[in-house]
Structure formats: structure tokens, C-alpha cells
Design a protein around this ligand. Structure first.
Ligand SMILES: Nc1nc2c(ncn2[C@@H]2O[C@H](COP(=O)(O)OP(=O)(O)OP(=O)(O)O)[C@@H](O)[C@H]2O)c(=O)[nH]1
Ligand SMILES: [Mg+2]
Length: 223
């Protein structure tokens, strides 16, 4: 089984400098940066580190997940955001868990041995509500339905045929995988605070988008 690391960036130069050097290139067969149109030196930094970058034609983090799927070749894809919120050391742990036969493995910030040093009470509440909803309505059994750090097999990701353009992508992946009966596993993680740069997720705009997306999923058929 080969694996690809798809790295999602949009004006993330600080993270590229501080986090990417902690990624051991022998963990995976290939690394692909998918960039949403950075103007802060992210692409120059990728080039300096000898990393291949693909620039999105259409904006959005959800779109970036599909660009990463199209521009990588591994049997397993690990989606990784180098903004400091995700620990590079989880990459081999996710791959190890995938070896147990899962179709998707999510790094959970809210499980038994997990911790988030980044979440505020509002994001905690939101994550809890959406995860509970995804479990109740779609039969997933997860403690974190929406974290981005996750691994998925290529056939599973292709079959999910995602359409989410923005931050709803992870919720869509978890819902569709649960609906289709894929095996979803989790590993506990610790979410450190962001390093530099600016958050791209807007608590209000994206919170509303999440809610609308979730309701749409519920109304369009639970199973
Ligand atoms: N390729 C690509 N990456 C994106 C896009 N939007 C955000 N990202 C990246 O996705 C990752 C997560 O975005 P964040 O803004 O940190 O979102 P978050 O982690 O939910 O929110 P914070 O708690 O504020 O960090 C970062 O590495 C961003 O650079 C996009 O449109 N395209
Ligand atoms: Mg972040």
C-alpha cells in the first residue's frame, strides 16, 4: 500500500516554515501541497523545501480536498494542515491504524485520550453538536466528526464523491462514509494552538454554513 500526504495551505507561510520540517518524508511515498492561492510566500517556501505544489483553480478548502485526490497517486491519502493545529507525529499513527483495515481514520480532538489546546467553548459546543448529530442521524460512531486530520483510502474517497466547497468537507466525508457503511476508525490526538498566520475559518459564516449543510443532509435522507 502506498500513501500520499496532501498538505492544505492558504496563506500559511509561518506554518510551512515551522511545521513542515517536522514531517519525515519517509512516512509517505509522496507529498503534494494543495494551495488555495497564497500570496504570503507559502509557495516560495514550499519550493525552497523542494515540495511539489498544485494551485487550486477554484477556491475553498473542500475543493482543495478533491484537487489533492486528483493530483496524488497513493492508495491511502492523509490530509494534513500545516497551521500548527495538527501534529505531524500523528501522520504515521494514522497510517498504522489504517493498516488495521479501516477505510477512514480520523484524528479525534475530543475522545478519551484526546485534548484540544485550540478549541474555545464555542468551537467545543459546535463540534459536540455536529458530532452528536452525525452519530444520531447517520449512524457514525465517532468522537470528532469534523476534524481535518484524517486518512482515507483512495477508492473510498473517490466513492464518497464529495461536493462540499468550504469547511463542511470533513462533515460531508464522515456522513457519506457512515451512510455507505465504510469502516471509520479514530486515533486520539492533541490539538496544539495555531502557529502564526490567520484563521481562515470564520466562526459565524462557517458555523452557519455547517448548520445549513447538516440540515440539508438530514432532510435529503438519513440513510
Ligand atoms: N488549499 C486550501 N487550504 C485552505 C483553504 N482554506 C483554508 N485552508 C487551509 O486549511 C487549514 C485549516 O484552516 P484554518 O483556518 O486553520 O481552520 P481551522 O483549523 O478550522 O481554524 P483555526 O482554529 O482558526 O486554526 C489551514 O492549513 C489553511 O491554510 C483553501 O481554500 N484552500
Ligand atoms: Mg487551524
Amino acid at each position: 500500500m502506498t500513501s500520499s500526504l496532501v498538505v492544505l495551505t492558504f496563506n500559511e507561510v509561518d506554518g510551512m516554515r515551522q511545521v513542515m520540517p517536522q514531517v519525515d518524508h519517509t512516512w509517505v511515498e509522496e507529498i503534494v501541497i494543495v494551495d488555495g492561492g497564497s500570496t504570503d510566500g507559502t509557495l516560495e517556501e514550499a519550493q525552497r523545501q523542494g515540495l511539489r505544489a498544485v494551485i487550486q483553480e477554484k477556491p475553498g478548502r473542500g475543493e482543495a480536498f478533491r484537487v489533492g485526490l486528483r493530483h496524488s497517486t497513493g492508495d491511502i491519502i492523509v490530509y494534513f494542515s500545516p497551521d500548527g493545529n495538527e501534529r505531524p507525529g500523528d501522520i504515521p499513527i494514522l497510517l498504522g491504524k489504517m493498516g488495521e483495515g479501516y477505510d477512514m481514520v480520523i484524528a479525534s480532538r475530543f475522545g478519551k485520550d484526546s485534548r484540544s489546546e485550540d478549541a474555545t467553548w464555542i468551537t467545543r459546543l459546535g463540534n459536540w453538536a455536529f458530532t452528536t448529530g452525525v452519530n444520531l442521524f447517520f449512524g457514525a460512531h465517532v468522537t470528532d466528526a469534523v476534524n481535518g486530520l484524517r486518512a482515507v483510502t483512495r477508492p473510498c474517497m473517490e466513492d464518497l464523491a464529495t461536493t462540499a466547497v468550504h469547511f463542511e468537507i470533513e462533515m460531508e466525508m464522515t456522513i457519506r462514509a457512515a451512510k455507505k457503511g465504510y469502516r471509520i476508525g479514530e486515533i486520539p490526538t492533541v490539538e496544539p494552538p495555531r502557529v502564526g498566520g490567520k484563521p481562515k475559518l470564520n466562526k459565524i459564516v462557517d458555523g452557519l454554513r455547517y448548520s445549513r449543510f447538516f440540515l440539508g443532509q438530514v432532510l435529503s435522507g438519513r440513510r
